[in-house]
Unconditional design. Structure first.
Length: 373
């Protein structure tokens, strides 16, 4: 049960911790010490933080806590993929995060919301509805739990890459996500390169522009269609921010950065968006943007209205786009046997009504923040 009288220090990045310690009458460097104890060493008991005075440790015990979501379940796929189901509101709401091990890296797919407001027609998460944004503690806790689980298992490098591609639209939870990204990249926490942290968005254009002014992490765009008519059916936010606006925001995001490229995500839906005519149209749309194209075989779920394109169709699509100079790969499905593949995360949560109202409120907030900057 959460102690509401104490501040959960997982919610604070280094700047927030510096302010917290200053309010206690301590020097700002205490924030670095605490970050190392919690995020690098995995120590959450203040009494064990021995480079702090006893009186400070006692004060921390009185005023603060380090609280994590409760682990409800852990599943492991036959391919090594691991999925955590985490409770964020007692028994009412739960989220999922997924660890994907590979030879050269270990990637963690992190959720940013309980559910999702965007209701993309091919995504199981969106079909479940939306409850609320996650706070910074609930976001960074996913990395902490997975990273230290690996370390305990003898994997010395832990998590090497993070993708914000789990449940939810990260750019509709901008402030909490950015504070968590600060911790991911902080040298005193997880010290991830910004190029190894990827934020995926379905196309919240004002927030992409704000992201460009805030950080230089990698950006992935859930595109999935080469024209507005089709994309509006697959990704409803396209009605508010059509492809032209979205791609102009992408061009702006990489402008002036020689090493930046956009990753475009494109789910392959049989007979819907997988024809050579779609490939030609796609090349015209993104051909001038430094980018990588990920083709994602559709991962089915109960009551899905789509089917995955067959291998030959996907190969033909990839070969055509690649022949036009766009680096294109077909993503290998991981964790399908535990419903951990792209588009399959659902968690569990209540209060799934009023999606439209919450969606409009989220868009209104994004617009307000954008105009304020």
């Amino acid at each position: 049960m959460a102690n509401t009288e104490k501040i959960n220090l997982l919610n604070l990045n280094r700047t927030g911790l510096e302010g917290f310690f200053v309010e206690l009458g301590e020097k700002p460097f205490r924030s670095k010490q605490l970050l190392q104890w919690v995020h690098q060493r995995g120590v959450t008991d203040f009494t064990q933080m021995t480079d702090m005075s006893k009186s400070l440790r006692e004060t921390l015990g009185q005023k603060a806590c380090i609280e994590f979501p409760r682990i409800i379940d852990i599943q492991q796929s036959k391919d090594g993929t691991r999925k955590w189901l985490l409770s964020v509101d007692g028994a009412e709401n739960a989220i999922e995060c997924v660890l994907i091990p590979e030879k050269s890296r270990t990637t963690l797919c992190i959720s940013s919301q309980v559910g999702c407001t965007l209701n993309c027609s091919f995504c199981s998460t969106g079909k479940q509805g939306f409850n609320r944004n996650l706070n910074t503690a609930e976001i960074i806790a996913q990395l902490h739990l997975a990273h230290h689980s690996l370390l305990r298992d003898g994997n010395a490098r832990g998590i090497t890459n993070v993708v914000m591609m789990g449940m939810g639209e990260p750019l509709m939870n901008f402030d909490a996500v950015m504070a968590a990204v600060d911790l991911m990249c902080d040298d005193y926490a997880y010290a991830l390169s910004k190029r190894r942290v990827t934020i995926s968005t379905a196309g919240v254009v004002p927030a992409i522009e704000k992201l460009r002014r805030t950080t230089d992490v990698s950006l992935a765009i859930s595109l999935h269609a080469p024209n507005d008519a089709l994309r509006e059916k697959l990704v409803p936010i396209n009605r508010k921010y059509p492809i032209r606006e979205l791609l102009n925001a992408c061009r702006s995001y990489i402008d002036g950065y020689k090493s930046r490229r956009i990753t475009f995500e494109y789910v392959m839906l049989k007979g819907v968006n997988d024809g050579i005519e779609h490939a030609r149209e796609l090349v015209k749309q993104i051909g001038d943007i430094p980018c990588k194209l990920n083709l994602i075989p559709f991962n089915s779920y109960p009551h899905a209205i789509y089917q995955c394109s067959d291998k030959e169709t996907i190969d033909r699509f990839r070969e055509y786009v690649s022949s036009k100079g766009i680096f294109t790969v077909t993503r290998r499905a991981r964790g399908e046997d535990i419903d951990a593949a792209c588009g399959q995360l659902v968690g569990q949560f209540k209060d799934r009504s009023r999606r439209s109202q919450k969606y409009q409120l989220s868009l209104s907030e994004i617009g307000r923040v954008s105009h304020a900057h």
